[in-house]
Design a protein around this ligand. Structure first.
Ligand code: CP
Length: 308
């Protein structure tokens, strides 16, 4: 049974295949109905969401399926009953499970016991559906992925930093992560990305100086400094991350035709200037739309794998 729990669950060839399918589905959104029946896809959210819930619901409906929303706070997974038991129950109701939760281990346990494909809709460690959407967006704007340089500035130890390392390396990109001391991705994650990059022609590197990281980049990415669950650290983080804000001045070090990315929600004047987020080189609204097309593609891929 194939799942999509982390970005490197797809090989480079499979990632390219899923991105090509996403582009096809974007072009003709109502033609493909692999979830006709309708097949039910359970969507569970233990954390806040706008983009992920709406794009999965719309995408599943467009594929001919039924998006079954399971409120994580009502289900109480791991509290009211074990992940293992929930997996066995939902696997009897749904053809696939999409879950936004905290620890990656919870998602892995769901995948082990559900008997149906499980998709990571964000954990503390990874946000792989966002990265499929982001890579689709880069491909649309730059007509390539391999060989491009992407600089991620901000909290590199968060799910988006990890996912850019793995997904970017899988796509053959040169990934630079620039974070303050103590907020870099784990060395294990950098090594994991570097091992992939060695097979794709990409690279994975840490660069503490944000100006050095952004200089010459084709793509500049940031994310909120306060990931879900870190709200208590907001004041301390604002001070530590200030030099890593994606300001107009920092963005000017990238290539003249660089694009600016942010998975949203964004906090203007904190991790990104309004002039960058709302400026002509920002592609953030394309990223948000592309969640739907990219997720339709991974659901289609997993359904085909499960039924072949
Ligand atoms: N980017 C993203 O995952 O958005 P939501 O948290 O609103 O789902």
């Amino acid at each position: 049974m194939r799942h999509f729990l982390a970005d490197d669950d797809l090989t480079p060839a499979e990632q390219a295949q899923v991105l090509a399918l996403a582009a096809e589905l974007k072009h003709a959104p109502y033609d493909a109905k692999p979830l006709a029946g309708p097949r039910t896809v359970a969507m569970i959210f233990d954390k806040q969401t706008l983009r992920t819930q709406s794009s999965f619901a719309a995408g599943i409906a467009e594929l001919g399926g039924f998006p079954m929303l399971v409120d994580g706070s009502l289900a109480g997974i791991g509290v009211r009953e074990s992940v293992h038991d929930v997996a066995r129950v939902l696997g009897r109701q749904a053809s696939m499970i999409v879950w936004r939760t905290y620890a990656q281990a919870r998602l892995e346990e769901m995948a082990e016991h559900s008997g149906v494909p499980v998709v990571n809709a964000l954990t503390d460690d990874f946000h792989p559906c966002q990265l499929l959407a982001d890579l689709l967006t880069v491909q649309e704007h730059k007509q390539q992925l391999a060989g491009l340089t992407v600089a991620f500035v901000g909290d590199g130890a968060c799910n988006m930093g990890n996912s850019w390392l793995l997904a970017g390396a899988t796509a053959g990109m040169h990934v630079r992560i620039s974070s303050p001391d103590g907020y870099a991705p784990a060395q294990e994650m950098v090594d994991r990305a570097a091992a992939i990059a060695a097979t794709t022609g990409g690279s994975a590197a840490l660069e503490a100086d944000p100006v050095a990281a952004v200089t010459g980049a084709d793509v500049v990415v940031t994310d909120t400094w306060i990931s879900m669950g870190k709200e208590d650290e907001a004041a301390a983080r604002a001070a530590v991350f200030a030099p890593y804000s994606l300001t107009t001045a920092l963005f000017e070090h990238a290539k003249p035709d660089a694009i600016a990315m942010h998975c949203l929600p964004a906090y203007r004047g904190k991790e990104i200037d309004a002039e960058v987020l709302d400026g002509p080189q920002s592609v953030v609204w394309d990223e948000a739309e592309n969640r739907r097309h990219a997720q339709k593609a991974i659901l289609t891929f997993l359904m085909e794998e499960a039924t072949s």
